[in-house]
Design a protein around this ligand. Structure first.
Ligand SMILES: Nc1ncnc2c1ncn2[C@@H]1O[C@H](COP(=O)(O)OP(=O)(O)OP(=O)(O)O)[C@@H](O)[C@H]1O
Ligand SMILES: [Mg+2]
Length: 231
């Protein structure tokens, strides 16, 4: 059984962007703990730091200051961090990512798209249940279709399957329904909820869509790179 402990701990993290002489604190001293099995949505105005935060928590970017511990390992502390190859390993082993744009390869079928991560890395035990995964995502009848033959909601579900094929512990989703209408958006919300409840997948979701955010168990509001409210 997996321990029900923290999987990501951020302590007073900052991310400062330099634009010429100007410094922008996109994340400005933020502390947060993500526990295994959480389903958290981040909301807040444009420019409040949602994408920056998700990228930091998912080890796609490095904090300028503060401490970040992922899966018990100190990834970053006071401006010093793990090497790029160590970070790559953590990304591959722990995280799955989905984005607003689906980034499917147009010449590959659904099944082939989902298998693309194996070209780079195959986590032990991953792979046997790809068809099962596609079924779970309602794509069993679409396996041999090309992306152009799918609806937007189906395309995003393919992207979710691809993100899950290596069995990550945490799924990071940045505006995953930004290209979908409201009904399809809530459908994706239900898929994420099901994966969270049935598989224990930890889900971190960024969205402008408050209805979608409500499918999460916790909503955290961001403003000016800080947590403005949580419920
Ligand atoms: N690469 C960068 N260089 C300089 N400034 C950046 C960079 N990326 C983001 N910023 C700035 O950091 C702040 C936070 O940006 P971020 O993209 O995290 O916001 P967001 O909440 O995701 O916004 P949106 O809802 O529009 O996606 C903004 O002021 C933005 O202009
Ligand atoms: Mg963003």
């Amino acid at each position: 059984m997996k321990a029900t402990t923290a999987i990501i701990e951020a302590e007073n993290i900052k991310r400062i962007y330099k634009r010429g002489a100007e410094e922008i604190a996109a994340i400005d001293g933020l502390s947060l703990t993500v526990n295994r099995g959480d389903f958290t949505a981040f909301v807040g105005p444009s420019g409040s730091g949602k994408t920056t935060l998700l990228n930091l928590l998912g080890c796609l970017d490095n904090p300028s200051a503060g401490k970040l511990v992922v899966n018990g390992r100190t990834v970053h502390e006071n401006g010093r961090g793990l090497s790029e190859s160590q970070l790559t390993r953590i990304r591959r082993e722990l995280f799955g990512y989905i984005f607003q744009k689906f980034y499917l390869i147009p010449t590959l079928t659904v099944l082939e798209n989902v298998l693309v991560p194996f070209t780079f890395f195959r986590k032990e035990g991953a792979g046997q249940d790809v068809r099962q995964l596609l079924k779970k995502l309602g794509l069993e009848g679409r396996m041999n279709h090309l992306p152009a033959e799918l609806s937007g909601g189906e395309m995003q579900r393919v992207a979710i399957a691809r993100a899950l094929v290596n069995r990550p512990e945490v799924l990071l989703a940045d505006e995953p329904t930004g290209n979908l209408d409201s009904e399809r958006s809530l459908e994706i919300g239900q898929v994420l909820k099901k994966l969270n409840e049935e598989e224990g997948l930890t889900v971190l979701l960024v969205t402008h869509n408050i209805e979608l955010a409500r499918t999460a168990r916790v909503i955290i509001g961001l403003k000016d790179g800080k947590i403005s409210q949580a419920r």
